[in-house]
Write a protein that binds this ligand. Structure first.
Ligand code: FES
Ligand code: FES
Length: 198
């Protein structure tokens, strides 16, 4: 209390409040749409996609790199989005399952999964399909055994593996035009899967 005026005075602190959280700016293209975001350092790309951009097609299974349900494409390469921080992907192009179809026209892998009935509950399916797109972009898998091996980071608890492999084989052996998305430009045949994969 100011004794001369009787007015109450308050100390003004320049220190941030105890619960203040610093954020980082992030520019990201997701399915061709540019985004500018402020995110906390610990937010994973998976949580950014699901919780902040409402792109819930990408699934959270284990949240620690064991199941592949969260697979998306970053600059055309498949990664487990639960294992990468959103801020580490500043300036990159992200493609999720929502970005694969061309309007009403399904991506060839989506169509092949339908044709081969390659799902039961469907929880693993977005990750399986994104992983298969990355596999095709890598250009290394040819035999069924190679496809099985290179898709082994994507777990299907329903055991739909035979149909999944049939669908992927059909597209892998299809025309080169199946090699999408365009963000894969710059990859070389030896790039392989991201280090973020198990
Ligand atoms: S949620 Fe299982 S690998 Fe990411
Ligand atoms: S279809 Fe159910 S987990 Fe793969």
């Amino acid at each position: 209390m100011n004794s001369a005026t009787g007015a109450e005075t308050r100390a003004v602190s320049t220190a941030p409040p105890a619960d203040a959280v610093s954020t980082h700016s992030l520019s990201l293209s997701v399915n061709g749409q540019p985004h500018r975001l402020q995110v906390e350092a610990w937010v994973s790309l998976l949580d950014l996609l699901r919780d902040r951009l409402q792109l819930t097609g990408t699934k959270k299974g284990c949240d620690h790199g064991q199941c592949g349900a969260c697979t998306v494409l970053v600059d055309g390469r498949r990664i487990n989005s639960c294992l990468t921080l959103a801020v580490m992907n500043d300036g990159r192009d992200v493609t999720t399952i929502e970005g694969l179809a061309d309007g009403d026209r399904l991506h060839p892998l989506q169509a092949a999964f339908v044709e081969h009935d390659a799902l039961q509950c469907g929880y693993c399916t977005p990750g399986q399909i994104c992983s298969a797109v990355g596999l095709i972009n890598e250009g290394e898998a040819e035999s069924n055994d190679e496809i099985r091996e290179m898709m082994s980071g994507n777990i299907c608890r329903c055991g739909a593996y035979p149909q999944i492999v049939q669908a992927v084989v059909q597209v892998v052996r299809g025309p080169v035009s199946n090699r999408v998305p365009a963000q894969a430009q710059g990859m070389t045949a030896g790039d392989g899967a991201s280090e973020a994969r198990p």
